[in-house]
Ligand binder design. Structure first.
Ligand code: NAD
Ligand code: ZN
Length: 339
């Protein structure tokens, strides 16, 4: 078990099975999940009386779905004491968490993340929310869960592409904070036993979010290695061609190259990262990098960019990073064109 401490208390992260996680819930808990997760884990879910199933996909992080889930909760007789359980990937966790944060001004919330990305990233740290047509994650809250149960067997039904998608974030943790994790990822076929790796990533994220719960000190921003470029790629492509982890894999290569040209990142790091991510089955380049203007415009809107100045979490070497602000546009342009 890992315990996360935040300003309003603490919550435990249990490493468990799905059956055990479901058995540990209060009798009157309600479960929010999506159709894919429901179909994959129907047997286990048949024991749960109150399940709300929604369409899978990012489209469900919408006001419409948010309202529908809240109405479903009201009609199901949820009270201020009812626990809302988000069983699914990051979409379910973010939407469910925002519903829990706002229903009757906040009810107990439990996360059971079923994608690798949700296990190592979105279920930890207390950020919840939905999208607007104007942009992703524009509406939300910091609402820490009361508990997180990480069911390792859930990953057995995850499509390969989704698993690789989550692995991009795993590599990211290694690159920014933990060189031995990178060694471990290169030495072994991690799919054989992902649980110790998931635990390590959660531990790393826990340390970062505990040091900067509300993302105000520039510490949490370190987790954004690969993300300034990755988010820009996702925006330019309207979230269509690449999954998030795929876009940040390309972003990590570009940002390592940027760091090298700024003499912040040790020479040779970008090629090492590129080779490792390629071996992991992730994309490391994209033809659209040759058209830097729309990407740079998107980067100026990044949440790390104050007054439109470009900011990046850059590696100093594998296993260490720092937030670098006011990066010159010319440097970014060259890194994009050379990637
Ligand atoms: P997702 O929730 O859409 O899940 C990906 C796909 O896998 C979906 O089709 C889903 O139905 C399916 N799936 C989930 N679990 C499965 C299982 N065990 N077996 C078979 N299929 C399964 O996407 P995601 O990648 O988990 O999360 C992405 C979302 O997370 C984005 O909206 C992003 O903004 C958010 N996010 C939030 C945070 C945060 O701190 N709150 C951090 C990172 C990402
Ligand atoms: Zn990410």
């Amino acid at each position: 078990m890992i315990t996360i401490t935040h300003s309003a208390g603490q919550y435990p992260i249990h490493f468990t099975s799905l059956t055990q996680a479901l058995q540990s819930l209060p009798q009157d808990a309600v479960v929010l999940t999506d159709e894919n997760v429901f179909t994959a884990w129907k047997g286990q879910l048949s024991q749960v009386p109150n399940v709300c199933r929604i369409e899978p996909g990012e489209g469900s992080k919408s006001f419409e779905r948010y309202r529908e889930v809240l109405s479903w909760m009201a009609k199901s007789g949820c009270s201020r004491r009812t626990t809302l359980v988000a069983l699914g990937g990051g979409v379910i966790g973010d939407l469910g968490g925002f519903c829990a944060a706002s229903y009757m001004r906040g009810i107990p919330f439990v996360q059971i993340p079923t994608t690798l990305l949700a296990q190592v990233d979105s279920s930890v740290g207390g950020k919840v929310g939905i999208d607007l047509p104007e942009g992703k994650n524009l509406v939300g809250a910091f609402y820490p869960p009361h508990a997180v149960h990480v069911p390792s067997e859930a990953l057995s039904t995850l499509p390969d592409r989704q698993l690789r998608n989550g692995m991009a974030e795993v590599w990211k943790y290694g690159y920014i904070l933990d060189a031995p994790l990178v060694d471990c990822l290169t030495r072994t076929d991690v799919r054989d036993d992902l649980q110790p790796i998931v635990q390590r990533c959660i531990q790393l994220k826990a340390e970062v979010v505990e040091a900067d719960e509300f993302e105000k000190l520039g510490i949490r921003a370190k987790l954004n290695f690969g993300h300034t470029v990755g988010h820009a790629i996702e925006q330019v492509l309207r979230y269509e061609e690449f999954l998030h982890g795929e876009a940040i894999a390309i972003g990590m290569v570009v940002e390592a190259r940027l760091g090298e040209s700024m003499r912040i990142t040790a020479p040779g790091t970008a090629s090492v990262i590129e080779a490792q991510l390629k071996t992991a089955g992730l994309p490391t380049t994209w033809s659209g990098l040759q058209n830097p203007d729309p990407l740079i415009a998107a980067m100026r809107r990044d949440k790390k960019a104050h007054s439109g100045q470009l900011a990046f979490s850059l590696l100093t070497q594998i296993g260490e990073c720092k937030l670098v602000e006011n990066v010159a546009e010319g440097e970014v342009r060259s890194a994009l064109l050379n990637s």
